[in-house]
Each structure stands twice: as structure tokens, then as C-alpha cells.
Ligand binder design. Structure first.
Ligand SMILES: C[S@@+](CC[C@H](N)C(=O)[O-])C[C@H]1O[C@@H](n2cnc3c(N)ncnc32)[C@H](O)[C@@H]1O
Length: 171
């Protein structure tokens, strides 16, 4: 299954840190790439730097959200605390070959609820786009402990204490 993430409503400056975390979470938990509704040079550079250092071919791009959701040729899932609990729909979601996962920042436009195929909650309490995305990706894909990233410069050797990092290549 291929999963893409759409992050709605990034506010320059204010959302930089959490938007970076949304992107890094998407990458680390197995999504192919992330779309933002506006460009942010610093944010895009920091995500691309992580990809360069730690490998893989995760992409970060801008997109017009309405056009992306409308034209996406797969299942479109909006994460919202008002939606149906994930366990109720997980089998249907797992059958999809291609998935667009939409997460918000500030208030999400009403149209998003209509344009997406499913509105899905990760619990019915407010938390965060980062935690919602991580839980969703792990329940649906379940690859966080098995992923390996091609062409990494650095690789971590898991260890009981301290930090062991292997330099795999220079550039
Ligand atoms: C900080 S919340 C703000 C939501 C905003 N107040 C609204 O009403 O749309 C940012 C994003 O986190 C995600 N989120 C937060 N809690 C969630 C939950 N319980 N289930 C699913 N997604 C959640 C949603 O994608 C949401 O758009």
C-alpha cells in the first residue's frame, strides 16, 4: 500500500516545528511523501536534509488541497476527532492500494469532511496531528520497526546505552 499525507493549513513561523514533526513522522512510519498547502523554504529544507542524511526517497511538495483531494486516485481519509473510530473502518482502509491521509492544523474547512471518503478519529479527544498520524500509520501499515532506508549516510546501531551511529557513506 502507498500512503501519502496532506497537511492542511501550515502557518509560516508558528507551525514550523510541528509541521516538521508531521513530515518526519510520515517518513519514519512509512508514508511515501507529504504535501503542504503552502511552501516554507526552511521547513522543506530541513525535511530534505533528513532524507539526505538518513536515506529513502520521501518527498515534500506543495499542493492545492482541493485539487489534490478531488483528483487523488485512491482512498482519501481525513483524521479528525469527530470522525468514526479507526477500528470500525480499518479493514476497509487496509484494502486500499493507495491512500491519502489528511491532517489539519487550525480549523479544517467543512469541505474537507465532504471531499474525503472517510472521516476517522484516533480516540474522541483532541490531541495532535503528529500523534493522530503516527497511530493511524502504525495501525494501517505497521512498518515502523521494519523499515530500512536506501542510500543513507548514517545508520543507527541500536544499543542499550549511549549512541552508536555508523557512517555508511560520505556524500
Ligand atoms: C490540533 S488539531 C486542531 C483541530 C481543529 N480545532 C479543528 O476543529 O479542525 C490538528 C489536527 O490534529 C488531528 N487530530 C487531533 N486530534 C485527533 C483525534 N482525536 N483523532 C484524529 N485526528 C486528530 C486532526 O487532523 C486535526 O485537524
Amino acid at each position: 500500500m502507498e500512503i501519502y499525507v496532506l497537511r492542511l493549513g501550515h502557518r509560516i513561523g508558528r507551525d514550523q516545528r510541528i509541521s516538521t514533526h508531521v513530515a518526519l513522522t510520515a517518513r519514519a512510519f512509512g508514508a511515501k511523501g507529504i504535501y503542504f498547502t503552502r511552501s516554507d523554504k526552511n521547513l522543506f529544507e530541513s525535511v530534505r536534509k533528513v532524507v539526505e542524511t538518513w536515506g529513502g526517497d520521501f518527498f515534500v511538495e506543495t499542493a492545492d488541497w482541493k485539487r489534490l483531494i478531488t483528483n487523488f486516485d485512491g482512498l482519501k481519509v481525513h483524521l479528525t476527532m469527530y470522525g468514526l473510530p479507526l477500528p470500525e473502518k480499518i479493514e476497509e482502509i487496509k484494502r486500499a492500494k493507495k491512500l491519502l491521509v489528511v491532517v489539519g492544523a487550525e480549523k479544517v474547512p467543512k469541505e474537507v469532511y465532504e471531499l474525503c471518503d472517510l472521516n476517522i478519529s484516533i480516540g474522541t479527544q483532541p490531541h495532535s496531528e503528529v500523534s493522530a498520524l503516527a497511530v493511524f500509520l502504525e495501525k494501517v501499515l505497521g512498518v515502523v520497526f521494519n523499515l530500512s532506508f536506501d542510500n543513507a549516510k548514517l545508520k543507527i546501531i541500536p544499543s542499550e546505552r549511549g549512541k552508536k551511529v555508523l557512517k555508511v557513506r560520505d556524500q
